[in-house]
Design a protein around this ligand. Structure first.
Ligand code: IMP
Ligand code: MG
Length: 180
């Protein structure tokens, strides 16, 4: 019998395993490195869920000349559309090529808020890379250039994503929607 690791969500199951995630992130990193080879982009991570994905993605852009910055957002539940910037960028993005990196886009309301905010700062270009997309619940059309995986309407944790600040440190993506 295999011992359950202590942080695994009881009743949950693995939706996307570590090996598949790592393979897909390497593909995304290589694609981004090729697309931005001569652009010196700023990759902007939206805290906190994105940290694991962004770290792996950065390593996968091996050799790309780029910068990294972070924003922190509080949204009052997915789909509420009520979003506040808790931590702003330290870099000016005016005239810069910006790649916004997100963990998951559900209704898209959070991302729409962030994109409008960043567009107002007049970047040279603004694109989005998200690890996960839930297309079934999308309320607004958004220009997402890079998507890791499209998933169904499931609540997922692990690989940076949390439920009440738990499970971010799992290397796989788990569905826990029976519990949520
Ligand atoms: P949206 O505004 O509905 O697109 O919600 C996006 C935000 O909701 C994400 O940045 C997450 O913080 C949270 N979220 C949505 N779905 C999930 C999920 O399945 N697991 C963990 N967080 C989620
Ligand atoms: Mg997020």
């Amino acid at each position: 019998m295999t011992a359950r690791r202590p942080t695994e969500p009881p009743g949950g199951y693995v939706l996307i395993g570590e090996a598949l995630i790592q393979q897909r992130v390497r593909e995304l990193g290589a694609q981004i490195a090729a697309d931005y080879a001569d652009k010196q982009p700023i990759l902007i991570g939206v805290l906190r869920g994105v940290v694991v994905f962004l770290a792996d993605l950065l390593k996968a852009t091996n050799g790309l000349r780029c910068e990294v910055d972070f924003m922190a957002i509080s949204s009052y539940g997915s789909g509420s559309g009520v979003v506040r910037i808790e931590k702003d960028l330290e870099t000016s993005i005016e005239g810069r090529h910006v790649l916004l990196v997100e963990d998951i886009v559900d209704t898209g309301l959070t991302l729409r808020f962030i994109l409008r905010n960043l567009e107002a700062r007049r970047p040279a270009s603004l694109a989005v890379c998200t690890l996960l997309e839930k297309q079934a619940r999308r309320l607004v059309a958004l220009p997402i250039r890079y998507t890791g995986f499209t998933i169904g309407d499931r609540f997922v944790v692990g690989y940076g994503l949390d439920e009440g600040q738990r499970y971010r440190n799992l290397p796989d993506l788990w569905v826990i929607d029976e519990l949520a």
